[in-house]
Write a protein that binds this ligand. Structure first.
Ligand code: 13P
Length: 275
């Protein structure tokens, strides 16, 4: 089906109070798991790639394969640079064929973040692609890093981003303690920006009732990396143990691993879609 940008996926999602899952992938098997899940659920999906892979030829190499898989999929798929650290990586992504980019300037001072994010958004739009920015910083135990409503509004209006990541209490990776998710703050930002799809980073391990609450209040993209990659690794390890040193062709070895990844992603895609 179609290779699409964030716009086609997230604008209707925001209006319909549902979210599209955005899964980080790093190889053929993790990509296949996401696509099998999305096709099984008849839901669109976002495949995203870590910024660190853009420092070498890995991200562009991966893109060739991802684009081919996405075009063949029976559901719309967006290919996205996750947490782009600089404009060079944004340019690499757009040239390689990703349909969307994130420039993460959330650790910078407000004006600097606005400036660099706007440059990234302009580059993306000139290429017919979309851009995500982040205002507030998604970090462990840092109250001061939560997104301020007035800054979010100015950031969105000035940068022209198509989707905006906000900091409302989630963190990347597994939680050490139960997170405090600020649903009220999320609702205030959403009310101030009624059309703009908001993005939840740090989806892994976030209590699902909180995820549901923020999807009801403007979140239209939920990022999942750690727990999905963990499923891939744990399943690979379990299959390796079963082999007990015997030989098996690699493609056969990975079939059950892809199935485990697909089952994991499907459960989340269904939940985010409110099915
Ligand atoms: P997790 O690793 O916590 O799922 O976070 C994913 C993410 O936000 C990627 O940008």
């Amino acid at each position: 089906m179609a290779l699409v940008t964030l716009k086609e996926l997230l604008l209707p999602a925001r209006r319909e109070k549902r979210a599209v899952g955005a899964f980080n992938v790093a190889n053929y098997e993790t990509a296949l798991g996401v696509l099998h899940a999305a096709e099984g659920e008849k839901s669109p999906v976002i495949i995203q790639v870590y910024d660190r892979l853009f420092a070498s030829c890995k991200a562009a190499d991966l893109c060739g394969m991802l684009e081919r898989l996405a075009r063949r999929a029976s559901v719309p798929v967006a290919l996205h640079l996750d947490h782009g650290s600089c404009l060079e990586h944004v340019a690499v992504a757009l040239k390689a064929g990703y349909t969307s980019v994130m420039l993460d300037g959330s650790k910078l001072a407000f004006e600097e973040n606005v400036k660099i994010t706007k440059l990234a958004a302009d580059l993306a739009h000139a290429a017919g692609c979309t851009a995500e920015g982040e205002i507030g910083h998604v970090a462990q135990g840092d109250e001061g890093a939560l997104t301020r409503v007035h800054e979010a509004v100015e950031f969105a209006r000035t940068t022209g981003v198509d989707a905006m990541a906000i900091s409302i209490g989630t963190v990347h990776g597994y939680y050490r303690e139960e997170p405090m998710i600020d649903v009220v703050r999320c609702a205030e930002i959403a009310n101030a920006l009624p059309e703009l799809p908001l993005v939840l980073h740090g989806g892994s391990g976030t209590p699902l009732e909180k995820v549901r609450a923020v999807i009801e209040n403007g979140i239209a993209k939920v990022n999942i990396a750690t727990e999905y990659m963990d499923t891939y690794l744990k399943s690979s390890y379990a299959e390796l143990k079963k082999l007990d040193g015997k030989f098996l062709p690699t493609d056969k070895f990975y079939d059950p691993v892809v199935d485990a990844c697909a089952a994991h992603a499907a459960r989340l895609i269904r939940f985010f879609a409110g099915k």
